[in-house]
Design a protein around this ligand. Structure first.
Ligand code: GLA
Ligand code: ZN
Length: 671
């Protein structure tokens, strides 16, 4: 397998569907002419090309693809070559109906759309493996081939008999073929649910079992496992025939259906598709969500650069209202990805389809077909800028701070019935605790519960409801050895089986680590928030809060409302050589930001530069390059501490640097 970086330059490219233009090959020539003009150096081909690649069973026609790859290569464009499993040809579904997905209703889908195969079907797996092998055999020595793009946006689940059987087999393995072990962990004494045989179990569904949270949690794990084994099956011939070509699969933001932190282990390069919804008044929040996701995807491989496999050069077509983003927004969002560790800016799509469902989705080349469009010019200008940033390529990002976001915890917090059943928003809470660092120019990773805490000076794990195996012990050891650890409400409530910890919360030794006992949890009505004070200020208490006893911890903040007024709301505990903080309430106000300000000082975590930015700007350093952004709706000014070179235009800058709306700058110390 090749080591990163994949290319000497930042990848600038996107999804390219020459198969849609097979009857007009002159368009292919026009494509490569336009790609040059747009500074495109990569094209992702073949994602949805199966019906052309294998027009009838076992008859492959790859000549057209070879012609395309030749043209790309001759014009300095590398190929990200896709395996076509994301959408199957009609003949395959007609001959082997088992490849079609069965929905939760139990009804098998008819042929249509995409991303809807059975994850288990041996026939589908075999057919996919065959075509992948054929592709690898044909193109293994093609000079354009740079990366394998496995399938496309794996998602969903299948409930067919094959999948049910596979689920039961998976459970048998997990519970040592012992149905009583499963009954115990699923707490099946409740509502008379004790199974006597694995054959009695099926997937969770609306008209069946949907009130056993541990069953649903295991189903989520199983669906992830099926996706991973489907992916592995796809990769086998590629590894064998093209061992030097890395593989990726494009993921989707915080999509909850697959544990991406698990899937990440099975690919060489992480890639994801980023589609922010730009909207006046909430652009900054949207940028934060996407920044959080970039940091999350980068952290899946401990700082290794990732790819932004898709983004739109203009608008999308699938929202209710598909507003065009402001000119400059796309470039700004692309640079944000690069700042946070992306080695690419890739688009969906290169050329707009003439017909079909996505014919009005933004593309570099519009139906007009030439380069004289606003969007094309923007893309070309960005391409030129990316060429100035070679020194970012392959640069790993190192952070001393981590925020924990964990897929299994997301599943568990989405699902429990209790406290506040409408306001859970685990991701939102994590983003709230992440933002203060991006706003202060402090690099931050976003890691899972099982990642190594010891790489960081400070770890913040908001709303850490489900503790995976060994996590409480690892938190204790981390703090014991000098780490700073912050958690918030509902910490350490359930074990990996979703069984509540007995003996008081937070679980086990965490009571000693934090020096608190969380005796009760209150939920707040939407129109009746509570109040808590911290550091001389008062904050709203929103949606949920724990009622604490300080058992050794220092009290930094207290509740000011309700029957628990005067009791601890924010605590700090020295444990071993480290410090553990418990912030017992959720606040929609500035609490997390203010608390992090103090925390940063207390933990000695310094910003990566001495540039002064208002909290409304974002700053991140990658290598020697300093990226600054203004995602607000008004101009913002940073105060530079010394003279810098503006890398994108070669100008010297010093003093006040004002970024307009959609503004960004890439600076380098000019010393
Ligand atoms: C996804 C898919 C693409 C395309 C875009 C449209 O990301 O992977 O094939 O449908 O959405 O935004
Ligand atoms: Zn199935």
């Amino acid at each position: 397998m090749k080591n990163a970086p994949l290319f000497p330059h930042l990848i600038h490219g996107g999804d390219y569907n020459p198969d849609q233009w097979i009857d007009t090959p002159e368009i292919w020539d026009e494509d490569v002419r336009l790609m040059k003009l747009a500074h495109i150096n990569s094209a992702t081909v073949g994602i949805f090309a199966w019906s052309l690649l294998e027009p009838e069973e076992g008859r492959y026609d790859f000549d057209w693809l070879e012609t395309v790859l030749d043209k790309l290569h001759a014009n300095g464009v590398s190929a990200v070559l896709a395996t076509p499993s994301g959408a199957r040809p009609p003949w395959l579904a007609q001959k082997y109906p088992e490849v079609l997905r069965v929905e939760e209703s139990g009804i098998r889908n008819e042929y249509g759309v995409r991303h809807n195969h059975c994850l288990t079907s041996p026939v589908y797996r075999e057919k996919v493996r065959q075509i992948n092998r054929a592709l690898a055999e044909r193109f293994k020595d093609h000079p354009a081939l740079a990366l394998w793009h496995i399938s496309n946006e794996y998602s969903g689940a299948c409930h067919c008999d094959l999948c049910q059987q596979a689920f039961r087999d998976w459970l048998r393995k997990r519970y040592h073929n012992d149905i009583d072990e499963l009954n115990h962990y699923w707490w099946n004494g409740f509502w008379s649910h004790r199974f006597t045989d694995f054959s009695q179990i099926s997937s969770p569904k609306g008209r069946g079992e949907n009130h056993v949270p541990a069953l649903t949690l295991d189903w989520n794990r199983f669906v992830t496992a099926q996706h991973v084994s489907f992916l592995e099956n796809e990769i086998v011939p590629l590894r064998e025939l093209t061992p030097d070509v890395p593989v990726t699969t494009n993921m989707m933001c915080l999509y909850p259906g697959i544990d991406y932190q698990e899937m990440a282990k099975h690919v060489d390069v992480i890639s994801w598709d980023s589609y922010p919804q730009w909207e006046h008044g909430r652009n900054e929040q949207e940028a934060l969500t996407h920044a959080f996701s970039h940091d999350l995807f980068r952290s899946m491989k401990q700082g290794q650069p990732f790819l932004m496999m898709e983004s739109t050069p203009a608008n999308v077509n699938w929202r209710d209202v598909n507003k065009l983003p402001l000119p400059g927004r796309q470039a700004q969002a692309s640079l944000l990805a690069v700042a946070l560790g992306a080695d690419s800016v890739q688009y969906f799509q290169w050329r707009k389809s003439r017909g079909g469902h996505e014919k009005f989705h933004g593309a570099v080349v519009d139906h007009a077909g030439h380069e004289n469009t606003r969007v094309f010019r923007q893309v070309a200008a960005l391409g030129e800028q990316l060429e100035q940033l070679d020194e970012a390529v392959g640069r790993r990002c190192e952070s001393r701070v981590a925020v924990v976001y964990d897929w299994e915890n997301r599943w568990a917090t989405d699902r429990y019935c209790g406290y506040n059943n409408v306001r859970r928003d685990y991701a939102g809470e994590c983003i709230k605790w992440y933002a203060p660092f991006l706003r202060r120019g402090i690099a931050v990773d976003v890691i899972s519960e099982t990642d190594d805490f010891t790489r960081y000076d400070l770890v913040i794990a908001p709303y850490l409801y489900l503790l995976k195996e060994g996590v409480k012990e690892r938190i204790a050891a981390y703090v014991q050895n000098g780490g700073h650890f912050v958690t918030t409400y509902l910490c350490g409530v359930v074990d990996p089986h979703d069984l509540c910890y007995l003996g008081g919360l937070p679980a086990g030794e965490l009571k000693d680590v934090f020096g608190v006992w969380a005796e009760e949890t209150d939920a707040l009505l939407e129109n009746a928030p509570g109040r808590a004070s911290y550091g001389g200020r008062t904050y709203s208490v929103d949606h949920v809060c724990d009622i604490l006893h300080a058992d050794g911890a220092e009290i930094l903040g207290t509740y000011e409302s309700d029957f628990y007024a005067g009791s601890p709301a924010v605590t700090k505990n020295s444990y071993g050589k480290g410090t553990a903080y418990y912030c017992a309430f959720r606040s929609d106000g500035d609490f997390a930001d203010d608390f992090c300000e103090d925390l940063i000082a207390a933990c000695g975590v310094a910003p990566d530069t001495a540039i002064q930015i208002p909290k409304s700007m974002f700053l991140r350093k990658r290598g020697d390059l300093i990226f600054l952004f203004n995602f607000t709706d008004v101009p913002r000014t940073a105060e530079l501490d010394r003279p810098y070179l503006d890398v994108l235009n070669g100008a010297a800058v010093e003093g006040a640097l004002t970024l307009p709306v959609c503004g960004y700058a890439v600076l380098k110390s000019s010393d």
